[in-house]
Design a protein around this ligand. Structure first.
Ligand SMILES: [Zn+2]
Length: 55
């Protein structure tokens, strides 16, 4: 998937993001854009969040 510029413009990662903020950011990012992979260190939490959102 290509970089989703519009999404990135409206979803800036905070300079000092907490772990929770990064998890939320990556969960939203994975659904909107594919320019980055989810870091191993937070991947289980991101996947948990994505699964919870699924209908
Ligand atoms: Zn992206």
């Amino acid at each position: 998937m290509a970089l989703n510029k519009e999404w990135h413009r409206s979803h800036r990662m905070p300079q000092k993001a907490t772990r929770e903020q990064r998890i939320k950011w990556h969960a939203a990012h994975a659904a909107a854009c594919g320019c980055r992979v989810i870091p191993e260190s937070i991947r289980p939490d991101v996947e948990k969040l994505l699964k919870r959102r699924k209908r």
